[in-house]
Design a protein around this ligand. Structure first.
Ligand SMILES: [Zn+2]
Length: 259
């Protein structure tokens, strides 16, 4: 008989719960990093009355539901985004567990997906990608790359190719069009993606991100004739990177059956 502690359901529940807590912290990062505020101090407070949020009102998902999305003190509505990010954080950890199990590869995938989630939302809302997240991601990617099967050399190569490809595209764009196409945030983001996914994964992400961004630009009517409309490219790159991590192998095998 399988021990309760070793049961896959126990580990899944643990991964899901950890994901909720990290999702809760993601809310802090998403709110504060673009505003250049400290992510440790002060503790979470209500934007309406300024009261510090008690621990029992800060339990992921549960508190939001019990308080029906309002501050206990003054009744200021708390955006449903907080709830959704917590659930999405849980999804990241469950996906990481599904991908790599209870291992360094699973942990690496979970952290990678969580970073991508934070970056995607911040870039979508503010058109910036905080270096704090991408730099931390690069370091974690390099550290875990050895255990996640990529190897340190594979992670370093991916990082260089990821950053380098954006630099080339960006300079090429500047050379031909006279405008800066992509920012330093994208360079750092793709360095981080390369550290986690390696050279083939990062190139697949670049292709997928460009594809998703183009589809969005066309369908949302954001594409202008001279191509000057600003797109949160980091959001599309993040989405593409998550797809490449989780389904890249499947997509590649499907592609091979076509050719
Ligand atoms: Zn309040």
């Amino acid at each position: 008989m399988l021990n309760v502690v070793e049961s896959p359901w126990t580990i899944a529940a643990l991964a899901g719960w950890l994901g909720l807590c990290f999702g809760s912290f993601s809310n802090v990062l998403i709110h504060r990093l673009p505003r250049n505020e400290s992510v440790v101090r002060p503790r979470s407070h209500c934007p309406g009355c300024g009261k510090t949020v008690s621990w029992y009102d800060n339990i992921p998902v549960l508190s939001w539901i019990l308080l029906r999305g309002r501050c206990r003190g003054c009744g200021t509505p708390i955006s449903v985004r907080y709830l959704l990010v917590e659930v999405a954080g849980s999804g990241c950890f469950l996906a990481g567990w599904w991908f790599g199990g209870f291992s360094a590869a699973g942990l690496s995938a979970a952290i990678f997906l969580l970073l991508l989630l934070d970056i995607a939302i911040i870039d979508w809302q503010h058109m910036i990608i905080p270096h704090t997240l991408t730099l931390a991601g690069m370091i974690i990617g390099l550290l875990l790359g050895h255990f996640a099967g990529l190897g340190l050399d594979g992670a370093i190569l991916g990082l260089l190719v990821g950053s380098g490809s954006i630099l080339v595209v960006s300079y090429g764009y500047k050379f031909f069009r006279g405008v800066v196409g992509m920012g330093g945030g994208d360079v750092m983001l793709m360095g981080m993606v390369g550290a986690f996914l390696g050279i083939w994964g990062v190139l697949g992400t670049l292709f997928g991100g460009a594809l998703l961004g183009s589809v969005y630009a066309v369908t949302a009517g954001r594409g202008t004739v001279d191509g000057s409309a600003k797109l949160p490219f980091g959001t599309f790159l993040s989405l593409a990177a998550a797809i490449v991590l989780l389904f890249g192998g499947t997509i590649f095998r499907w592609y091979l059956t076509l050719v």
